[in-house]
Design a protein around this ligand. Structure first.
Ligand code: HEC
Length: 284
């Protein structure tokens, strides 16, 4: 009896495995006709190949670039996007001196309280303040942006796959909707108030192209092409998402070095401990 139950359970398991394998294999082989053909599936593109100084195991911040990216954020993106998790004092990490951070903070207008009446008002920022939001609340943000709330950008580079390259690609990816797309998917025409961008997962987003050539005048004289600004602000947003990125990579190397050293030490210790023991010779 027990044996019979065992056999039945075994058969059930085998059947499940074969069934699952069959479906998996069918999905892989038949990708063309099993997966529904949609405009998103056919025309969505992966982020472009773009290199940053902070890439790779030996990556380092390019502070000049981060400062330029900050300038792009300040003069363009901050009109719509908040940076809730970043404090103005953090700008010191971009190579600004204490006086410069203070002056920079004072350029921002943050919510304050009137000391005489206690009423809500605004005041110039100080280094201890966080970046102020452009809108008082989500309803105001949605009302100003065709019902789409511009997301907070502090962690955006972490929230999207291949974040730095994604932000760069999104900002440089606006284009005309391809005729091929409209021919095959007439229903997928970009709606009113939306903009076609193949790097955005559903191809149409509510953000108008935020950059145009020469939009900012860089303090360091760099030519402000769309490509350059997109790259700079993508680098800046990578920093806001993980200010400790470079330190993390450097710590990794130190840890690796220590582990190799510890391994050699353990091996030498093992040799020392076992040295007096001579192997017993087997008599065959
Ligand atoms: C006029 C307002 C406006 C400006 C200026 C603006 N954005 Fe946006 N942004 C939006 C809106 C609205 C959305 C939401 C789009 C949607 O969900 O369709 C958005 C979405 C985004 C997203 C998220 C895309 C995603 O995957 O969800 C990123 C990244 C972004 N913006 C970056 C930037 C950067 C960088 C700048 C500055 C160069 C900038 N934006 C300037 C309005 C703006």
């Amino acid at each position: 009896m027990i044996r019979l139950i065992g056999i039945l359970v075994g058969l059930a398991f085998t059947f499940t495995v074969v069934w699952a394998f069959g479906w998996g294999a069918a999905a892989v082989i038949g990708q063309g006709y099993l997966v529904e053909e949609t405009a998103e599936h056919e025309f969505h593109e992966h982020p472009k190949d773009v290199n940053f100084a902070h890439d790779g195991a030996f990556g380092k911040w390019d502070l000049q670039q981060l400062q330029r990216g900050y300038q792009v954020y300040k003069e363009t993106c901050s009109a719509c996007h908040s940076l809730d998790y970043v404090a103005l004092r953090d700008l010191a990490q971009l190579g600004y001196s204490e006086a410069e951070v203070k002056a920079e903070a004072a350029n921002w207008t943050v919510p304050g309280i009137d000391p005489n009446t206690g009423e809500a008002t605004t005041r110039p920022g100080t280094p201890t303040d966080y970046f102020p939001s452009p809108y008082p609340n989500d309803i105001a943000a949605a009302a100003a942006n065709n019902n789409a709330i511009p997301p907070d950008l502090s962690l955006m580079a972490k929230a999207r796959h291949d974040g730095s390259a994604y932000i760069y690609s999104l900002l440089t990816g606006y284009q005309e909707q391809p005729a091929e797309l409209l021919r095959r998917f007439p229903d997928a025409e970009t709606g009113v108030g939306l903009y076609y961008n193949p790097y955005f997962p559903n191809l149409n987003l509510a953000m108008p192209p935020p950059l145009s050539d020469g939009q900012v005048t860089y303090a360091d004289g760099t030519q402000a092409s769309v490509d350059q600004m997109a790259k700079d602000v993508a680098a800046f947003l990578t920093w806001t998402a993980e200010p400790t990125l470079v330190k993390r990579k450097q710590t990794g190397w130190a840890v690796l070095g220590f582990l190799i050293f510890a391994t050699v030490l353990a091996w030498l210790a093992k040799k020392q401990v076992w040295a007096p023991i001579t192997p017993v010779r087997r008599k065959d």
